[in-house]
Design a protein around this ligand. Structure first.
Ligand SMILES: Nc1nc2c(c(=O)[nH]1)N[C@H]1C(S)=C(S)[C@@H](COP(=O)(O)OP(=O)(O)OC[C@H]3O[C@@H](n4cnc5c(=O)[nH]c(N)nc54)[C@H](O)[C@@H]3O)O[C@H]1N2
Ligand SMILES: Nc1nc2c(c(=O)[nH]1)N[C@H]1C(S)=C(S)[C@@H](COP(=O)(O)OP(=O)(O)OC[C@H]3O[C@@H](n4cnc5c(=O)[nH]c(N)nc54)[C@H](O)[C@@H]3O)O[C@H]1N2
Ligand code: SF4
Ligand SMILES: [Mo]
Length: 714
């Protein structure tokens, strides 16, 4: 079918990933029929399979369309349909009685990865006064936000837009697949377009990815050793005098300390740590320094380890001393449109009192550069031992049982809660454990303002069809729950709430809906803002010293190392020498798949058909030694447990590395477990090993495992 066949076409913004692609949606009799890219949008008509298959997601017969309450014991999979009033009153009454009896910190509000409603989750927490907001953020995005904030005073983006007259000449894709993930406020299509103007593309990844063919360098790094590589590059650039002297002298703080620190990371030593040949480290460091402008895409792999903060710090220092911050074609802090950052909607309410759970130990969780958040692995651990101040949890779209390490503990924790409510589109191994299930509307059924990150634009998410059954958009769920628990902070209607968020730009939702987008681009997006009064009178960065802090005064105050350093992964061929024979292979979990979004879309036929079973990449040499052939089911085992995935022989990595897919469960298998114990990579990860000391990141990408073939009688 093609768009021209349809009479009613609505323009909106795709949210089937972190996304933001402009799309056109054909609707007939309140049913979404067809989706295409909008050629007049910022993504110029491009889309991915997930977006196109949203037709099958929104119309999926397996969606849950009515509020439910459990019958019988929690987690036994028996449900009864109830009204919205009963569902919301039950949750609100529990909240109010817990606030009276134990204070607001006894309630935790959590959600999964960003789906565009983060600001409602954060506002809701603030409105009821709990500091215990939970996101999967300690290993995703919060490390980056903290490091950007501490080091340069604000968020940095790669400049693919050329508004300052230059595009990146050198690009580094560091543990990231932006071409398929569209993560962190940047779009794969902008990146791919900018490659036309890019002379050097450096891929830093243990395995080859979709852009390997286009790269001039592939640094085949040992998983979890990225900080050593960045420090080694800094060593080369500083000792060879290749840094930008004017920028370093005038705009950085602590260069001499950094210079001393990097002396510990000579290329020879770094080569031994990272398994990257010394010459490649030196050559790529020189290119980054000399062939600017340069940008570095920093992936989630760098955040999911025991040294995430220092790893990212080293990389931002690399960008700073080479003069690539705020330079056209470099790494730039975008100014938002006149509305201001949308997360002001949460931040306009006061921070709740008290420290979130885990922030006494992982102090950056309470850092002003992002919203307060608790450490969910600590919360789950405490709950599983019945030693937690949190009595009830509301989860707005998170598959906790597949997202976090040690799902058996997550399950025990949830079952120990006094009350657990969820909002989701589908029944999952997590929502099966709830007392109340709220049916969330699809984004195609939602009116909202798209702002996954405070970037240079906001877009309209326009409802294309009325929600199926009695499903409600997340913003309406929060507003109606808010009106029951903290009415002074909530609104008469969703429309009023959207108007409120647009008020600084002096437009109403009804008008914005038609405009579709509000963007600050071209000449309205200034560079070199530190040379103006933008952040500080007479120039400077919005940091304590007014400089880019190579030596972090913020980390020093909190008692952490103010200079970047390398730390060996908890489990590695070096740190687990004694057990070498039992777990001889390095295990990385979770490289993203183009057709799935975490645990989503296994129920969407067009997407599931492209890959039915979970795959684990194994090098053919290793497979041959273990008598494994392509397509065999194999056991992957770590000290925590074992799971089954299907072997995919893959030459593009070191024979000692295996890469397992994360987020697997089987919606088609019977509940309440839906096969969550069988292939879920988080059965193998750990929340017991030391986390990153500053922010509590658990390790997902550098563990040790063994592999064996599943025999028929297993
Ligand atoms: N081993 C391993 N584990 C990982 C990772 C890894 O790389 N390896 N990555 C980690 C990272 S970075 C992240 S961010 C987390 C992600 O963790 P989660 O965000 O918890 O991811 P999902 O598993 O997709 O769960 C999201 C749930 O929300 C529902 N949902 C989707 N859209 C909506 C909506 O609009 N409204 C509502 N109410 N619900 C919705 C979906 O149906 C699904 O059940 O996983 C983490 N876990
Ligand atoms: N299609 C799709 N898009 C998504 C998601 C999804 O599930 N599906 N999830 C979203 C979310 S929440 C996030 S956080 C982002 C994440 O998206 P990205 O940050 O782009 O990360 P990944 O694709 O998980 O991993 C990128 C690469 O890191 C490599 N890698 C593994 N270990 C290491 C290491 O130790 N060092 C280095 N240098 N590289 C390593 C992997 O081989 C992989 O190729 O994607 C978002 N976008
Ligand atoms: S990349 Fe994301 S936003 Fe774009 S079409 Fe795909 S799912 Fe939608
Ligand atoms: Mo994430």
């Amino acid at each position: 079918m093609n768009m021209k066949t349809y009479k009613k076409i609505i323009r909106t913004t795709c949210k089937s990933c972190h996304g933001g692609c402009g799309v056109l949606v054909a609707v007939e009799n309140n049913k979404v029929m067809h989706i295409e890219g909008d050629p007049d949008s910022l993504t110029r008509g491009t889309m991915c399979a997930k977006g196109i298959a949203s037709v099958q997601d929104v119309n999926n017969p397996n969606r849950i369309l009515y509020p439910l309450k459990r019958k019988g014991e929690r987690g036994h999979g028996e449900w009864e349909r109830i009204s919205w009033d009963e569902a919301l009153d039950t949750i609100a009454d529990r909240m109010k009685s817990n606030i009276r009896a134990h204070g607001p910190a006894s309630i935790s509000i959590c959600q999964g990865t960003g789906r565009g409603y983060n600001r409602y989750t954060m506002r809701f927490s603030r409105s009821i006064g709990t500091p215990n907001t939970g996101f999967p953020a300690h290993f995703c995005f919060a490390p980056k936000m903290s490091v950007f904030g501490l080091t340069v005073g604000g968020r940095l983006y790669c400049d693919y837009h050329g508004w300052g007259g230059e595009f990146p000449k050198t690009q580094v894709s560091w543990g990231k697949q932006i071409e398929i993930t569209n993560a962190d406020g940047e779009m794969g299509v902008w990146f791919l377009d900018s490659l036309e103007k890019c002379e050097n593309l450096i891929l830093i990844d243990p395995r080859t990815t979709g852009i390997s063919q286009r790269s001039n360098f592939w640094l085949k790094i040992r998983p979890g050793t990225d900080a050593a590589l960045a420090l080694g590059m800094l060593h080369v650039i500083i000792n060879e005098g290749l840094y930008n002297k004017e920028f370093v002298e005038n705009w950085t703080y602590g260069f001499d300390d950094l210079k001393n620190r990097v002396q510990e990371y000579a290329p020879d030593k770094v080569s031994q740590i990272t398994w990257i040949p010394k010459d490649e480290i030196i050559e790529t460091a020189r290119i980054i320094a000399i062939q600017g402008p340069c940008v570095i895409q920093m992936g989630q792999s760098l955040e999911a380890g025991n040294n995430s903060i220092q790893t990212l710090r080293a990389i931002v220092c690399l960008m700073a001393i080479t003069g690539n911050i705020e330079r056209p074609g470099g790494m730039v802090h975008w100014l938002t449109p006149e509305t201001g950052p949308m997360d002001e909607f949460a931040k306009e309410l006061a921070q709740p009192n008290g420290l979130p759970i885990g922030a006494d130990k992982y102090k950056l969780l309470a850092n002003p550069h992002h919203s307060l958040m608790c450490h969910l692995p600590t919360l789950f651990k405490q709950l599983s031992r019945n030693q937690c101040q949190v009595k009830m949890l509301h989860s707005e779209g998170s598959n906790l049982m597949v997202t976090y390490a040690n799902p058996r503990q997550v399950r025990a924790a949830i079952l120990n809660l006094q009350f657990f409510s969820t909002a989701d589109l589908y029944m999952t191994p997590t929502t099966e454990l709830a007392d109340i299930f709220l049916p969330a509307a699809h984004w195609l059924e939602t009116d909202d303002i798209y702002d996954m990150h405070p970037r240079f634009m906001i877009e309209a998410i326009n409802r294309t069809a009325e929600p199926a059954g009695e499903a409600w958009p997340d913003n309406r769920i929060y507003n109606e729950l808010g009106r029951r628990v903290a009415p002074e902070h909530w609104f008469g209607s969703v429309e009023e709430m959207l108007d409120h968020q647009l008020r600084k730009a002096n437009i109403k939702w009804k008008v914005f809906k038609g405009m579709g987008i509000l963007a600050r681009t071209g000449k309205d997006q200034p560079y070199y803002k530190y040379k103006t009064d933008t952040w500080k009178k007479n120039g400077g960065f919005p940091t304590k010293t007014g400089k880019v802090e190579l030596y972090s005064t913020g980390l020093e105050e909190m008692g952490y190392d103010p200079l970047p350093h390398y730390k060996e992964p908890n489990e590695s061929p070096v740190s687990m020498k004694g057990e070498k024979n039992r777990y001889p292979l390095i295990l990385s979990t979770g490289g993203r798949l183009a057709q799935y979004f975490h645990s989503q879309y296994r129920q969407v036929p067009w997407l599931r058909q492209t890959q039915v079973w979970p795959l684990v990449q194994i090098h053919p040499e290793t497979a041959a030694k273990l008598n494994i052939t392509d397509g065999d089911w194999v056991w992957i085992e770590t000290p925590r447990g074992k799971i089954k995935q299907m072997a995919k022989l893959f030459k593009g990595m070191d024979p000692k590395v295996v890469v397992a897919q994360a987020s697997w469960w089987y919606p088609e298998k019977p509940g309440p477990d839906h096969g969550v114990w069988e292939s879920n990579a988080n059965m193998l990860t750990s929340n017991e090993l030391p986390c990153d000391p500053c922010i509590g990141s658990t390790t997902l990408r550098a563990l040790m495992c063994n592999i064996s073939r599943v025999e028929e009688d297993d």
